[in-house]
Design a protein around this ligand. Structure first.
Ligand code: ATP
Length: 497
C-alpha cells in the first residue's frame, strides 16, 4: 500500500525548518514565485542532477552533454515559434486586478457572496456549485466581486536587453526551455563528436517562464531548472516494426518512469497522460506527460514529446545553415526526428521529498523520517558523540567525520542528547548515524582500554550494529553501493537501541 502523501503545508514547513527550501527575498516580504534552496536542499538538488547525468549521459554510449548559454540570439526564439506561440490565455479581474490562466481559473476554490443567504460569504471547492443557490462561478474566484475580462494571449518569455542600450534592437529573452540551446548546436556536436543516429544530447540548466499563476510551492515557479534530452532518430528507420521515432518515444516514456521509481518514487503515484490533438504544442506529433500524485492532485511531473524535425528545420530555414545528418546507408541527407524527455528538477525534488516523507510511531513518540534513496540523501553519515563532555570521544568523532567525509557527505553534531540527534537526522533523511561512546575510546581513570568499535544505526529499520572503526570505509563502501543493510549487518553483532 502507498504511504499517505503529506500536505503541502507540512512539507513547506519541514523544508524551511530543516534548511531545504526558503522563500526568496523573505526579509523583504518574499516573492511568491521564486524559492531558494538551503544547505540541505542544494545537496538534494545536486544529487538529483548528478544521478540523472550519470544514468542518462555518462553510462550510455548514445548520449553526450552540453551546457549552452541562457541568453541566446533573439532570432532563436522567433524561429522556434516561442515569440509567437509560447503563450497562455489569461483573464484579469476588473475589480481586484488579479490575473488568472483562463484554462485554470476553475481549478481553484472560489469566493461566493450567496444571494440565497443574504449575501453571506462562502469559499466553494474548485469547479463546484453553491449548495444554497446552485450558482456556478462566473466572477473573480479571489475577490468574488469583479467580472473577468475576455481571455487574452500572454507570452511567458521574460524579456531583457543585451548591452548598455535599452532599445528594440538589443531585446532578447531569458530562455524558457533548455532545448533550443541543443538544436542550435546540433551541427557543432555532429562535426566535433561524429555521433551516429540514434543519439541524444542532454543538458541541465535554468529556464525562465513568466507564469501567470505561479504557486503550490516549487511546483510552478518562474525560475526553474530542467534536465532535458533531445534524442535524434532517423524517421526512415524501423524499430520494433514501427517508425523509429515512435518506438523510441515509447522507450523513453518507460525509461523516464523507471528512473523515478529507481530513486524512490512509488509507482502507484505515477501515471501517464496522453495529450489530445487540441492540446499538442505547435511542434509536437505526440506528447505524453508523466503525472505524479502531488498533494494538489495528479499533476505533470515531466513531459516526453515527439518534436519531429520541426526545430531543426525551422532553425535551418531561419539561419540558412544546413542542420542535416548524412545517412550513409541510404546515401542521403536527412533531418532527424527528435524525442524530448523533459524533466523538471524542481518537480522531481518535490516528488522525491513527498515520497520519502513518513510519520511513524516509535515507542509512543511520533517520528518524522525522510526515507530518501541513499544516493539522494543530502547527508549520508552523521557522526555523533554519545557524551560531549569526554574530550577523547569528541576528538575521535571529529576524526572519523573527517575521514568519512573524504568519500561521503558527513556531518558532526553534539548539540543534543543522542535520541534527539537520531530524530533530527531521521527528519532530514540521513541513512546512517555513527555513534562514538565510552566503550569506543575506553576509560583512562579505570584503566579500561577502548574496543575501537562504533555503533552504526540504520535510518529505516533503526537497527544498530557494532563495527570496528577499521572496517568503516569498507562497510560504507558496500552500504552506499548496491548492498542491502541486512546483508552487511548480518556480519556484525547487534548493539542495543
Ligand atoms: P505545465 O503544463 O505544468 O505548465 P508544461 O507542459 O508547460 O508544464 P513543459 O514545457 O513540458 O511544461 O516543461 C517540461 C518540464 O519542466 C515540466 O514537466 C516540469 O517538470 C518543468 N516545468 C515547466 N514549467 C515549470 C514551472 N513553471 N515550474 C516548475 N517546473 C516547471
Amino acid at each position: 500500500m502507498s504511504a499517505p502523501t503529506p500536505s503541502m503545508d507540512v512539507l513547506v514547513s519541514l523544508c524551511k525548518r530543516r534548511g531545504f527550501v526558503f522563500q526568496s527575498s523573505e526579509i523583504y516580504g518574499g516573492t511568491g514565485s521564486c524559492w531558494d534552496f538551503g544547505p540541505l536542499g542544494i545537496e538534494l538538488k545536486n544529487n538529483i542532477k548528478r544521478v540523472w547525468w550519470r544514468d542518462f549521459v555518462q553510462q550510455r554510449m548514445d548520449m553526450v552533454g552540453l551546457d549552452a548559454s541562457i541568453l541566446m540570439h533573439p532570432a532563436v526564439w522567433k524561429a522556434s515559434g516561442h515569440v509567437d506561440q509560447f503563450t497562455d490565455p489569461m483573464v484579469d479581474c476588473r475589480e481586484c486586478k488579479l490575473r488568472f490562466r483562463a484554462d485554470q481559473v476553475d481549478e481553484i476554490p472560489w469566493l461566493h457572496f450567496c444571494p440565497a443567504t443574504k449575501g453571506n460569504k462562502f469559499t466553494i471547492p474548485a469547479g463546484e456549485a453553491c449548495t444554497h443557490c446552485g450558482a456556478t462561478r462566473t466572477l473573480c474566484p479571489d475577490c468574488g466581486k469583479g467580472e473577468l475580462t475576455a481571455p487574452r494571449q500572454f507570452n511567458l518569455m521574460f524579456k531583457t536587453f543585451m548591452g548598455p542600450v535599452e532599445e528594440d534592437a538589443s531585446l532578447t529573452y531569458l530562455r524558457p526551455e533548455t532545448a533550443q540551446g541543443i538544436f542550435v548546436n546540433f551541427d557543432n556536436v555532429l562535426q566535433s563528436m561524429r555521433p551516429k543516429l540514434p543519439f541524444g544530447i542532454a543538458q541541465i540548466g535554468k529556464a525562465f517562464r513568466n507564469e501567470i499563476t505561479p504557486g503550490n510551492f516549487i511546483f510552478r515557479v518562474r525560475e526553474l531548472e530542467q534536465m532535458e534530452i533531445e534524442f535524434f532518430v532517423n524517421p526512415h528507420e524501423q524499430l520494433d516494426g514501427r517508425p523509429a521515432d515512435e518506438a523510441w518515444h515509447d522507450r523513453w516514456i518507460a525509461d523516464a518512469q523507471a528512473w523515478y521509481v529507481r530513486y524512490g518514487v512509488d509507482p502507484a503515484k505515477l501515471k501517464l497522460k496522453e495529450h489530445g490533438k487540441d492540446e499538442l504544442s505547435h511542434y509536437s506529433k505526440r506528447t505524453v506527460d508523466v503525472m505524479y500524485h502531488f498533494p494538489i492532485g495528479w499533476s505533470e511531473l515531466m513531459g516526453i514529446a515527439n518534436r519531429t524535425d520541426y526545430d531543426l528545420k525551422q532553425h535551418s530555414k531561419a539561419s540558412g545553415k544546413s542542420l542535416t545528418y548524412f545517412d550513409e546507408e541510404r546515401k542521403e541527407h536527412i533531418t532527424p526526428f527528435v524525442i524530448e524527455p523533459s524533466f523538471g528538477v524542481d518537480r522531481a525534488f518535490l516528488a522525491f521529498m513527498l515520497d520519502a516523507y513518513r510519520e511513524e510511531e516509535v515507542r509512543g513518540d511520533k517520528r518524522v523520517v525522510l526515507r530518501f534513496h541513499r544516493e539522494l540523501a543530502p547527508i549520508k553519515i552523521a557522526v555523533l558523540p554519545l557524551l560531549k563532555k569526554r574530550p577523547e570521544i569528541v576528538a575521535t568523532a571529529h576524526a572519523l567525520r573527517g575521514r568519512l567525509a573524504r568519500q561521503w557527505r558527513s556531518v558532526y553534531d553534539d548539540t543534543a542528547a543522542i535520541g534527539r540527534l537520531y530524530r533530527r537526522q531521521d527528519e532530514v533523511g540521513t541513512p546512517y548515524c555513527v555513534t562514538v561512546d565510552v566503550k569506543t575510546v575506553g576509560d583512562h581513570d579505570k584503566g579500561e582500554a577502548g574496543d575501537g568499535k562504533v555503533t552504526i544505526r540504520e535510518r529505516d529499520s533503526m537497527e544498530q550494529i557494532r563495527v570496528p572503526v577499521a572496517d568503516l570505509d569498507a562497510v560504507f563502501g558496500r552500504l552506499m553501493g548496491e548492498t542491502a543493510w541486512s546483508e552487511v549487518a548480518v556480519a556484525y553483532p547487534r548493539a542495543e537501541g
